[in-house]
Design a protein around this ligand. Structure first.
Ligand SMILES: Cc1cc2nc3c(=O)[nH]c(=O)nc-3n(C[C@H](O)[C@H](O)[C@H](O)COP(=O)(O)O)c2cc1C
Length: 394
């Protein structure tokens, strides 16, 4: 039986936690409920006690002989906080532990799922955005709220996600196998910048999101992760050993120096292919008319990894805009890759900088597996499932 520890906070959507509890209990899960003091303004323990047939805990100071904030998280497989208030999210982000739920969350070594629900202004406030990204970077699964009718009689973002999405997130973290335990994974991600002068550079539109999601998923599956990351505002997961680099040469050096220890390497970075022959020490003055910039090739990081691979499973990415699979198969062979992920960056809403993507994996002579279209987080999950299958079938 799966054990779910459900934290309920003080928001209007607290009543929806009762429907969720009923659903989970009916399908056979054991649910233990913690209500914050705020939650009890909206819904009472009696409702949850009857639905779960378990005592509902509301205070850090009840039943001290069981040390509830520790015993509950030790016994549970997942902590789900539904709905999560702005206040609770802020406390989690900073490690505040001033009631039973926040103490349990701080003591939790189990996966945490947080489903925020609040007024749209509270959700969009920079403090809340920052707190959520801190949690996300720490590996907490956030079930994004939807746009809809809010209690203030306005439409806006901040409405608790639908129950299906919350259940899917809980099942997602519970079903995730620790199938990378004991393995070392090297991931390159993000763009590189090739300096023209102190303020200008050649680069591309990569944000590193796909590689960061692959790193996050690998961590959740138990891997040690080295992440070599080009310049991006996207926050990498805290558990990864992240090395920040700027140029293709730095990415090359950082990736190669860590490659020897890797069991699996995924090159998801969009390394700039050219750099200026000359980097000017001072900002180049604006001039009228046309000009030209002489460029040379940067080191080919993926080819260098392919040449030196010694037992590691090497995965590349191909961001193509034409003859996708043909070009990708040629790259797979030329660079001695074990698998290549093909990404059609010419399609609207796919590829660089977008939350969604569509990937096809190619390997061997004719191996082909479409992963479909999904968020980059979901694609990272599908990609790891597929890569581990491909590797074990070698
Ligand atoms: C009527 C009412 C509705 C509220 N709804 C929300 C809400 O949906 N989301 C939220 O983050 N805070 C909401 N609040 C504010 C929280 O209840 C308040 O921040 C409280 O301290 C939260 O405590 P807790 O996080 O420990 O549950 C609401 C307050 C009131 C009075």
């Amino acid at each position: 039986m799966r054990r779910i520890l459900l934290g309920v906070c003080g928001g209007i959507a607290a009543y929806k936690a009762a429907a969720l509890t009923s659903f989970l209990v009916q399908r056979g899960d054991r649910v233990d409920v913690i209500l914050t003091e705020g939650a009890q303004q909206f819904i009472g323990p009696l409702t949850f006690a009857s639905l779960t047939r378990n005592p509902v805990l509301t205070s850090l100071w009840d039943a001290p002989e069981t040390i509830p904030h520790i015993s509950l998280v030790r016994a549970a497989d997942v902590l789900a906080i539904v709905p999560a208030t702005a206040n609770l999210i802020a406390k989690l982000a900073r490690g505040v532990a001033d009631d039973l739920l926040t103490n349990a969350a701080l003591a939790a070594r189990i996966p945490i799922v947080v489903a925020p629900a609040m007024n749209d202004a509270m959700y969009e406030h920079p403090a809340t955005r920052e707190n959520l990204s801190v949690l996300e970077a720490r590996g907490v699964t956030i079930v994004e709220p939807g746009v809809g009718f809010l209690a203030e009689r306005e439409n806006g973002i901040g409405r608790l996600a639908e129950q299906d999405a919350i259940v899917a997130a809980i099942d997602g973290v519970l079903g995730r196998a620790r199938d990378l335990e004991g393995e070392r994974v090297l991931i390159t991600a993000g763009p590189t910048r090739e300096a023209i002068d102190p303020v200008r550079f050649l680069s591309n539109a990569s944000t590193g999101t796909m590689g960061i999601e692959l790193a996050r998923e690998a961590l959740a599956r138990g891997a040690e992760v080295d992440l070599v990351l080009g310049p991006t505002p996207v926050v990498p997961p805290q558990g990864a050993h992240t090395v920040r680099v700027t140029s293709a040469q730095e990415m090359h050096d950082a990736a190669l120096s860590r490659f020897g220890e890797a069991d699996i390497a995924i090159a998801a970075a969009a390394v700039a292919d050219w750099r200026p022959v000359e980097t000017f020490a001072q900002k180049v003055k604006k001039q009228d008319g046309t000009g030209s910039l002489e460029v040379v090739r940067t080191p080919d990081v993926l080819a260098a990894l392919g040449e030196r691979k010694d037992g590691a499973f090497l995965v590349g990415f191909a961001a193509e805009t034409e003859a996708l699979e043909q070009n990708a198969r040629a790259k797979l062979r030329a660079k001695h890759l074990d698998t290549i992920a093909v990404n059609d960056v010419s399609r609207e809403g796919s590829g660089f900088g977008t939350g969604e993507n569509e990937l096809v994996l190619l390997w061997g002579e004719a191996g082909r597996r479409p992963l479909g279209r999904a968020s980059k987080r979901e694609l990272a999950r599908r990609m790891w499932n597929a890569l581990l299958e491909i590797r074990s079938a070698r």
